[in-house]
Design a protein around this ligand. Sequence first.
Ligand code: PLP
Length: 388
Amino acid sequence: MLNSHPGELPVYARFPVRPSRGEGCWIWDSSGRRYLDFYGGHAVALTGHCHPRVVKALKAQAEDLLFYSNAVPLDVRDRFFDLLLRAAPRELDKAFLVNSGAEANEQALALARRATGRSRVVAMEGGFHGRTLATLAVSGIGKYRKLAAFSAAGRDLLERTDLCPFGDEAALESLVGEDTAAVLLEPVQGMGGARAAGRPFLEAARRICDERGAVLLFDEVQCGAGRTGAFTAAQLYGVIPDGLTLAKGIASGLPLGALLVGEKLARGVGLGDLGSTFGGGPLPCAAGAATLEVLEEEGLAERAGRLGAFLAEELSSREHVREVRGEGLLLGIVLDGPAKPVRDALLEKHSVITGSAIQAEVLRLLPPLTAGEEEAETFLRAFRDVTA
Ligand code: PLP
C-alpha cells in the first residue's frame, strides 16, 4: 500500500507503518503487527495512546456539545484553564488557547513585539518553532529559514532575527540590544537534537533580558507538559520566562496549544487583540483537562524524570554510543555513526519506532510519559541487538 495518498502533496517522509489502533506505548497495524512507539506519535501521545480517561472525557464531551467558539463561555474550557494555570509556574497566570505550537509561538512573538515596541528577535541555532512565516524566520535551522525567504515579508522577518549559538552566554550578551523584543529558545531543543540549554544559560538569558528590557520566551511545545520531569522545563530549572508555549501532548492528540504569559506580556491586552475560532474548543479542552488530571494523578512528570535517567544511564555505557543527552523523556542518543541504519533496523527487526534530529548521528526518543520498565527494557534489548 502507498505511503501517501496520490492526491496528497508529497511533503512528508513517512514511516512505513499504517497504524489502526493504539494503547499506551504501543500501536498496531491492521494485520495485527505491534509496534513500540518511542516516537510517541510525534511527541504527542503524552498519556499514551488512547488513555481511557482521555477517551472517556472525549466521548462524553462529544455527546454533550461538539463545538462552540470563544463567543461563549464554556465550563469545560474554564476547567482546562484552572488545571493549566495550577500546573504552570505561578508567575504565568494568564493563558490564550490556540490550535498548534506554531500558532502559540506566533502569538508569543506578536505580544513580545507589542509589549516592547521593538521588532528584533534573538533565537537559537538549532531552534525550531513551527511553520508559519514568523516562526520559520526565527528557526535556527537553515532549511526552515530558507522557506521563510520566499516572500518579502519573510525576508524582512529573517533580517530582524539574530541567531545565537545555543548555550553560549557571551554570544547572547553581545546579541541582545536595545532593539531586541524577545529572546526565544527551547529550554531543551527537540529537532535540534535533544540538547538541554542548562540552568546557567537560562539564568543568563533571564538576567540579560531583564537588563536590556527584552522579553524572555520559552518554547516548550515539545519539552513541556511533564516531559522533562517537571510540568515545564522552566519549573525544572527554576527560571521563569515572560511567555511560555505548550502544544503537542497537552491534549493527548487533540489540537490544542497554549500561550502562558505573565504580567509583562498580559498588560494592555484587551478585546479583539487575539482570537481563534477553534482555539479552546470543547473537545480539545475536554481532552486537555483529562490529560492534565492524568499527568497529576499518575505522577507522570516525576515518572518521566526517573525513566529518562534510567534510560540515559543504561544507554550511555553502550557500545557505539558517544553521549546521551536531553532531559527526562526527551532523549538524544548520539551514535558514533549515522543513526538512520539503527532507526531502520529498530523498526524493521524489532518494530520499534524512534525519531531523528538535525544531526545525522542522533536518535531521538520521545516515548509516552506512561512508559514503564517493561517498555524501557524492550527498547534496550532491541537497541543492543541492532548496535551489536
Ligand atoms: N515548537 C517546537 C519546539 C516543536 O517541536 C514544534 C513541532 O515539532 C513546534 C513548535 C510546532 O508545533 P506545531 O507543529 O503544532 O505547529
